[in-house]
Design a protein around this ligand. Sequence first.
Ligand SMILES: C[C@@](CO)(OP(=O)(O)O)[C@H](O)COP(=O)(O)OP(=O)(O)OC[C@H]1O[C@@H](n2ccc(N)nc2=O)[C@H](O)[C@@H]1O
Ligand SMILES: Nc1ncnc2c1ncn2[C@@H]1O[C@H](COP(=O)(O)OP(=O)(O)O)[C@@H](O)[C@H]1O
Length: 291
Amino acid sequence: MAPAKINLALHVVGQRADGHHLLESLVTFADDGDRLSLALSETDSFTVSGPFAGDVPVGADGGNANLVLKARDLLRTRLTRLGLPCGPVALHLTKALPVASGIGGGSADAATALIGLMRLWGASHDLPVNIDLAALGLSLGADLPMCLTGRPLIARGIGEAITPVIGLPAFPALLVNPGAAVSTPAVFRTLTNKTNPPLTLPERLAAPDDWIAAIAATRNDLEQPALSLAPVIGAVRAALADAGAALARMSGSGATCFGLFRDVAARDRAAAHLRAAHPDWYLLPCTTLGS
Ligand SMILES: C[C@@](CO)(OP(=O)(O)O)[C@H](O)COP(=O)(O)OP(=O)(O)OC[C@H]1O[C@@H](n2ccc(N)nc2=O)[C@H](O)[C@@H]1O
Ligand SMILES: Nc1ncnc2c1ncn2[C@@H]1O[C@H](COP(=O)(O)OP(=O)(O)O)[C@@H](O)[C@H]1O
């Protein structure tokens, strides 16, 4: 499974000389997402199904190649250079997550491909293979190292400096996307204040309500620029709060917003309400990963 990533907090604290922004982000993952199946085969193939299949590129070449195929080709090149042959593979992606939506679906797919292919190809090699997948993945996108980690974490730098977070509770959650694709580079370009206060969390947090209060005191600094590009994000966040979320916020560069709930019944009531009020919005009721 390639789970949806949720930026519970996302502070932009600076900018590198190359233009990339320095982040401090508290990240967890949903227990649902895309699915990728992998098998050794006679020839390389890649097929896509699922509700958002039509929104992803299926080719391997050019600026807009599918991240799964970029991951396959990058890892194959690296292993081949080490003298380790990598046979043809059949890959099938079930695209269940909305695209360009702040929940890192493409990065999760690429991370799942890297891990799965290491297993698949590694099994046919006698030698132990040591590859720094996070470093390799980073060349595909800033979200790759966190998606490879797949556990609650704080990411710093542009996303490559990862610290595990211990004690984060699992929350009933609802992801809501209004169907507006938001381009990550465009949101960063629209951001004017690039030096915001750092992410701080209290030393000891135990009860879920303590965590919710601590997260509520943090921010997503990309929310304002994303709102200016897609004003509907404001309506999504407000609808989640009105439907009873203990905390409602945008994830990543948007437009998906998440709501955290105190219990499953409250989450399910909110989902039923939003489904009726906004039948065209994408909803993913889920549980966030705890640690
Ligand atoms: C904002 C975040 C937060 O987790 O998530 P998403 O909204 O994409 O899910 C990530 O930092 C996104 O990571 P990712 O989606 O992998 O972005 P990349 O492909 O590496 O970068 C796309 C473009 O966004 C800008 N970019 C990205 C990351 C970063 N720390 N600073 C940037 O300025 C750059 O213009 C870059 O060329
Ligand atoms: N497997 C994939 N899934 C989603 N998007 C992909 C994939 N491969 C390439 N892309 C491209 O990557 C871009 C970012 O997609 P995505 O990871 O969904 O964004 P976000 O991190 O904002 O949720 C999209 O413009 C899309 O065309």
